[in-house]
Structures are given as C-alpha cells and as structure tokens.
Design a protein around this ligand. Structure first.
Ligand code: AP5
Length: 218
C-alpha cells in the first residue's frame, strides 16, 4: 500500500527543507506544489501563465487548477510507493480532493506533519532564504549557508531569492495561511493523523522529531 505524508505549516516553517530530508530517509519523492508552479512559470507553460499573478501576489492558485496539477503528479511512476506532499492541500476543498485521489491510488493520508513556528521566526527565515535554480535546493544565509556564496552545494547552479519573499508578499501569504490553510490543522487533528513538532529547533533536530513521531518509518 502506498504511503502519503502531508507537510503543513506557515510560509517559511520549513516544509520544503524537511520534505527533502524526509524524502532521503524514507525513500519517497517530495511533491511540492510551489516548486511545480515555479517550474511552470520558468517554462512559460499554460499552467505557468495561469499561476504567475497568484504567486507574485502571494495568493492561492484556484483549487481546480491546483488539484488537477497534483492529481497528474501523483500518477507519475516515481510516486508508486507514495509521496511526501509539501504545500498541498492548503484549503478544505483540496483536502477533500486529496482523499479522493489517494483512495483511487489505493492509499490515504497516513500522517500530516505540522511544523509550528512563530511569525517573527518565519519573517527572518524568508528574508534570508536562497533557492537553487536547477532543483530548488533550499539554503539560508545564516541557518544553512551554502559552501560557496550564491552557488548550490548539490548541483552547482546559481542561487536566487524568491519573488514572493518580498516583505509585502510574505505578509499576505501569512494572512492567507491563517484564513485558508490553518483550518486544516483541526481537520486533520480530528481525524487522528496530525503530528505536531516544534519547527524552531535546528533543522536536523526538527527532522529527528518528525522521524520519532513516525517510528514505523524510521
Ligand atoms: P510554496 O512554495 O508552497 O510556499 P509556502 O507554503 O509559502 O512555503 P515556503 O516554501 O515559503 O516555506 P517552507 O515552509 O517550505 O520553508 P523552507 O523549507 O523553504 O507556495 C508558493 C506559492 O505557490 C503560494 O503562495 C501560492 O501562490 C502557490 N501555491 C502553492 N501551493 C498551493 C496550493 N496548494 N494551492 C494554491 N496555491 C498554491 O524554509 C524557509 C527558510 O528557513 C529557508 O531558508 C530554510 O533554510 C530555513 N529553515 C528551515 N527550517 C529551519 C530551521 N529549523 N531553523 C532555521 N532555519 C530554517
């Protein structure tokens, strides 16, 4: 039976960072809705053209577009054993759609990993974040600096700062999280699948907390 994990948390909580680390430990692919949108933006695909304005304003892309995109991604061969979802679902309709698509794939949401962090910690993280152009590896100028300034340790590509990490877009994204995504915390807690960890510890410690909360996968 495939296994599916959902990363939940405010912008900058560390979802992408932890999804990559858990992916290595668990052997499941990370599926990041934000990365797929940004890749489509770069490729100027039809999906990229639809998503562009929403991303730059820090707003959510409409549910129907996002759900169709994730449905297609989860049907790819590398997801046959499951996936670690980063950034999806983000609204109650997306959560409902996810249940339906996972049932079709013979699975379910096995655990929702909620990474908690205070707004003041998040602002500092996003202001200092650098991302690699080639494969979206994530760095921070203070908390996880690359070995060579401006260059990805893993693939050597250039690092850039995301357009939506501007302070005004960050503030808007935080608000959207509270309005649209935070209700999912209670939803998944009620279903008994929520795992909650302190996201303000160092990156490696957060990973260990998550793994400890999922002992059968360690
Ligand atoms: P998305 O890319 O998903 O952005 P987000 O949810 O705002 O999350 P972030 O990627 O900003 O943060 P993160 O939690 O992954 O933190 P990270 O690990 O990078 O979405 C972008 C946009 O796409 C949305 O605004 C929307 O327009 C659209 N979109 C995406 N999904 C959608 C959906 N489902 N529906 C509709 N629209 C959607 O870490 C942040 C920084 O902190 C890094 O520099 C990192 O090195 C550092 N860091 C991480 N952990 C720690 C730690 N423990 N200690 C110190 N530093 C740390």
């Amino acid at each position: 039976m495939p296994a599916y994990y959902v990363m939940l948390g405010a912008p900058g909580a560390g979802k992408g960072t932890q999804a990559a680390r858990l992916s290595q430990r668990m052997g499941l692919p990370p599926v990041s809705s934000g990365d797929i949108f940004r890749q489509n933006l770069r490729e100027k695909s039809d999906l990229g053209k639809i998503a562009e304005g929403y991303l730059s304003r820090g707003e959510l892309v409409p549910d129907d577009v996002t759900i169709a995109m994730i449905r297609e991604r989860l049907a790819q061969p590398d997801c046959v054993r499951g996936a670690i979802l980063d950034g999806f679902p983000r609204t109650p309709p997306q959560a409902e759609a996810l249940d339906g698509m996972l049932a079709e794939l013979g699975g379910k949401v096995d655990a929702v990993l909620y990474i908690r962090a205070r707004p003041e910690a998040l602002a500092k993280r996003l202001a200092g974040r650098w991302v690699c152009r080639a494969q979206a590896h994530i760095y921070h100028e203070e908390f996880r600096p690359p070995k060579v300034l401006g260059v990805c340790d893993v693939d050597g590509s250039a690092l850039y700062q995301r357009d939506d990490d501007r302070p005004e877009a960050v503030a808007h994204r935080a608000l959207i999280f509270l309005e649209s995504t935070a209700p999912l915390i209670a939803h998944y807690r009620g279903k008994g699948v929520l795992v909650e960890v302190d996201g303000e510890k160092p990156i490696a410690e957060v990973t260990e907390s998550l793994m400890a909360a999922l002992p059968e996968q360690a």
